[in-house]
Structures are given as C-alpha cells and as structure tokens.
Design a protein around this ligand. Sequence first.
Ligand SMILES: NC(=O)C1=CN([C@@H]2O[C@H](COP(=O)(O)OP(=O)(O)OC[C@H]3O[C@@H](n4cnc5c(N)ncnc54)[C@H](O)[C@@H]3O)[C@@H](O)[C@H]2O)[C@@H](O)CC1
Ligand SMILES: Nc1ncnc2c1ncn2[C@@H]1O[C@H](COP(=O)(O)OP(=O)(O)O)[C@@H](O)[C@H]1O
Ligand SMILES: [K+]
Length: 505
Amino acid sequence: MKILSADQTRAADAFTIQEENIASFELMERAASAFTAWFENKFTPTQDVYIFCGPGNNGGDGLAITRLLHQRCYTVQVYLAGDPANASEDFKYNHQKLPTEIALRHVEHESDFPAIPAAALVIDALFGTGLNRTVTGLYASLINHLNQSAACITAVDMPSGLYTDKQTPTEGAIIRAKYTVSFELPKLAFFLPQHEAYVGQWHVVPISLSPTFISEATTNLYFTTAADIQHLLKSRPKFSHKGLYGHALLLCGGFGKMGAAVLAARACMRAGVGLLTVHAPAIGYAILQNSVPEAMALSDKHKNHIANLPSDIEKYNVIGVGPGMGTERVTKTAIGQLLATCKQPLVLDADAINIIAGSEKLKNQLRNHEVILTPHPKEFERLIGKSKNDYDRLQDMLEFCREYSCYIVLKGSQTAIGTPEGNLYFNTTGNAGMATGGTGDVLTGIITALVAQKYTLEEACILGVYLHGLAADLALPDVGKVSMIASDLIDYLPKAFLQVARTSA
Ligand SMILES: NC(=O)C1=CN([C@@H]2O[C@H](COP(=O)(O)OP(=O)(O)OC[C@H]3O[C@@H](n4cnc5c(N)ncnc54)[C@H](O)[C@@H]3O)[C@@H](O)[C@H]2O)[C@@H](O)CC1
Ligand SMILES: Nc1ncnc2c1ncn2[C@@H]1O[C@H](COP(=O)(O)OP(=O)(O)O)[C@@H](O)[C@H]1O
Ligand SMILES: [K+]
C-alpha cells in the first residue's frame, strides 16, 4: 500500500469530496465516526474524556468526535485553543452542531488549562496533517501540560506538533500520544524509530478516500500489508521436484558462532529451498550435520574461520553470506574472492557487511552483483555512515542503493527495504520479542531461500521480511515477548507460510 504525503492526503480528501459530490463536512463526519468507533471499542464510558481542538479541520474532527462520544454516553469536556474567528468552515459547522449542553471552553491563557485527572482520557485534535510550522507559545504550553499529565492521550490523525512527512524541528512542542488513530493510510512519520515516543501505537481507520486517487498517486513510499503479500507467494505444481526450487549456498559460522549458521540453515530449509549446502569452518562440520540433517555441509580448510570458497561455487544459484562468520583476515580475503569471481545473486548479512564496510574496493564491487544487504542499524552505520536523523537515514539508504545498485533491508521494528530504483517498503509484521540474538540470522536464511526459488530480489526482501515478522507474531501468544528466541521464528515459519497461502488461495 502507498504512503501519501501531507499534500497528497489533502488532495485525496478534496478529490473524494468532488468525486462523490459530497460536502466536506460529510467526509469529516466519516472521519469522526471512524475515530469514535475505534475509541468506543478501546475505552468504556466510565472515564472522563477531555478533548482539545485546534482551529483547523483536525479541531473540526475533535468537535464532531465530542458530539458522537456524548451521544454514546461518554462524559466529555471540550476545549478550543486558538481564535474561533479564524477557524475552518468545517470547524464552524461542527461547532454549531455541538449539543447545547456541551460548552466549548476557550483556552486563552495558561490559567485556562484544566487540571487533567490521571484516570482521564485525552483526545488530541489540535493539529493534524495541516501543521505548517513548529508549535510554540500557548499551544506549546498546552501540549506540555497534556504531556505532563498522567492521562492516556489518543491523537486524532497525527500527534499534534509532529510533521507528517518531513523532519520536525527540535524546538517545537509535540504531543506524546499513547495511541494515534489515523485516517485511511498511515503517515511516513509513523515508520521512523525517532517518533515512537510521540506516535505511540498507531492504528489506521478507513474513511473511504477515493481508490482512483490513491491508485493514481505517485510515490516511492509503501508499507506492506497482507493484501500486498497475497499476490507474491508462488504455488507449487503437483509434479514439482527439488531441482525447481534452487540450490542455495550459505557461507557462515565461525568458532563460537556456529549457532548462527545453524539458525540460517534451518530457516533456509523451512523457507522452501530445494537444496542447501552450508560451507563452514572445519569446526562446524559435525555440528551442521547433526543439527541440520536436511542440508549438505562443506568443510573449510581453516579450522575456526571461513578462509576459502567451495571449488564448485558456480553450481549454486544464490549465496547467503555472513551470519557468525567473524572478520578475520582470512575471511576478508575469502569475501574479496567471492565478490571478484562469483556471478550469482548474493545475500550479505552481519560480518559480510562489516567486512565490505571497511573496504572501498569491496564496496565498489557490489555494483557488479545482484545483491541484497541486510544490516541492523549499527551495521548500516558502518556501511553508510552516521545520518543526522531518521529521514536523512532513509535518503542516505536510497542513495546507497542507487549508487551501488543494491537492495538494502534496514532491520528494526518496522524494517525498511530500499531498492536501486528508489522505492522504500516498510514492513508491518513483527514485534519486540524479536529483539534477541539470532533473529537476523533467521532472516538471512529465509531471504536466501526465496531468491533460490526465483523470487526477484525485491520480492524476496518484501516477502522474506514479512514472513519473518509474521512468524514472530504467530509465536507471540504461545511464547510471549520475553521468552521468544530465534528458533521460535523457525518453528512458526510454516504457520506463517500457511497463513499467507490461505489468503492467496
Ligand atoms: N475534508 C478534509 O479535508 C478532511 C480533513 N480531516 C482532518 O483535517 C486535518 C487537516 O486539517 P487542516 O488542513 O485544516 O489542518 P490542521 O487542522 O491540521 O491544522 C491547520 C490549522 O492549524 C494552523 N496551524 C498549523 N500549524 C500551526 C502551528 N504550528 N501553530 C499554530 N497554528 C498552526 C493553521 O493555520 C490552520 O488554522 C487532518 O489531519 C484530519 O484530522 C478529516 O476530517 C478528513 C476530512
Ligand atoms: N522491536 C522489534 N520489533 C520488531 N522486530 C524487531 C525488533 N527488534 C528486532 N527486530 C527484528 O529482529 C531481527 C534482528 O536482527 P539482527 O539485529 O541482525 O540480530 P542478530 O544479529 O542477533 O541475528 C531483525 O529482523 C529486526 O527487524
Ligand atoms: K492531532
């Protein structure tokens, strides 16, 4: 699904109003109803609700929500910050529609700020996608006042003070919401780790914006939904044989880190590779044969580290490299050889990335390959350098993808995938239980298996990251976030494939 900018969102609203020949307040009513339905489902009317409105359409939503919650027996108090004379037309319309028993209280001085009980529910409808400057003055004091309360804050569309699609200057005040309920599509700001404290948990509620507008809108930003994934998964014909599903090579493992190789290998098998060979240091040979009997094992000439490549390397149709490999000098030489000689697609992770990050010559050789790099943020920084903020980091990532003609899977809570064409895909599966050693090795195995099965590199990244997170989500009810380990992801990978296959059928 596409992620639209603030300007495109505004245009989508206008297009929908025109296309459906409705008044703009009717679309606002849809938005307010969708928010209210979410709110009703989440909170019972036993807690007092304090609603803070700005003078624009976000504030207009706040007024309509006030009316709807009042109808549903919530005790609501509503405040306006800003000049009512300059309010938007739809704000004024909804002001008139407020039931007479509800007074809109004006906040003109700090002394007008109400004390907010800890058990109260606050709805932030100060500013949405129309924010056009940093929040200062009385608005900032109000935002700080709300943030300092112990009440649960739910933001309408956007946490007030946060820009939708560009860096918010540090000096402005920003609401720290527990929940953000956004209309139709998530906003780019929700996908950036630096915004977690403001956005909280985000939810999207549909308001039937024009599908024509959305499908014709141009963007390089996407988030992956179950519906996007359905079309990707390939089915298997009855007369399938293992030769159809590729022969992958994994170069991984080292002294004390054979577990990484085992995890990557087991995940690769579970992700459907036809044949798998794992090349590891001599010390890992017996370990691999014992723990992954489905895979073939090759022993490096070096006891503890990878120092050479298999002699028949051309026969593999993809090579996954890096988990547990270390950065010994002999291993660096082997990676140099790999980049200089091999022709097949590469999936580079962990120490393979660290080794390449340390050498301009190796980095330049990326251009000669079809390659996916799967760094976590620290490996990313070694490869590309420090970025000023999360927005710049995405730009730096796309620039690197373009310059080196590669795919990057920047791992994290909402993993971002960059392509050489300049597209960015944010993943939507996964949970904090995955923040444990070895889960990245599992991802390397999955993506390598998908490339082996002739998914394009872009498909392998998108589908692999989605399935990896989905496996963790499916494991969650049984193992919980604290106890989740990387092996759980492999154990639940079959269920993840089954779930995706079911929806594609
Ligand atoms: N018909 C529509 O356009 C719809 C709009 N919707 C809502 O409307 C919102 C967008 O509404 P608007 O475009 O009116 O914008 P907002 O209500 O987000 O904010 C714009 C208002 O705030 C002022 N403002 C902006 N930044 C400020 C700052 N830093 N300090 C002080 N004042 C500031 C502007 O001068 C303007 O009065 C969405 O987020 C959504 O909540 C929804 O009701 C869906 C339908
Ligand atoms: N809080 C989180 N929410 C969702 N996914 C997470 C979270 N933390 C980590 N992950 C995922 O777990 C994996 C961790 O990979 P990585 O850091 O390479 O681990 P390792 O090197 O131990 O294998 C990545 O796929 C990342 O996206
Ligand atoms: K808001």
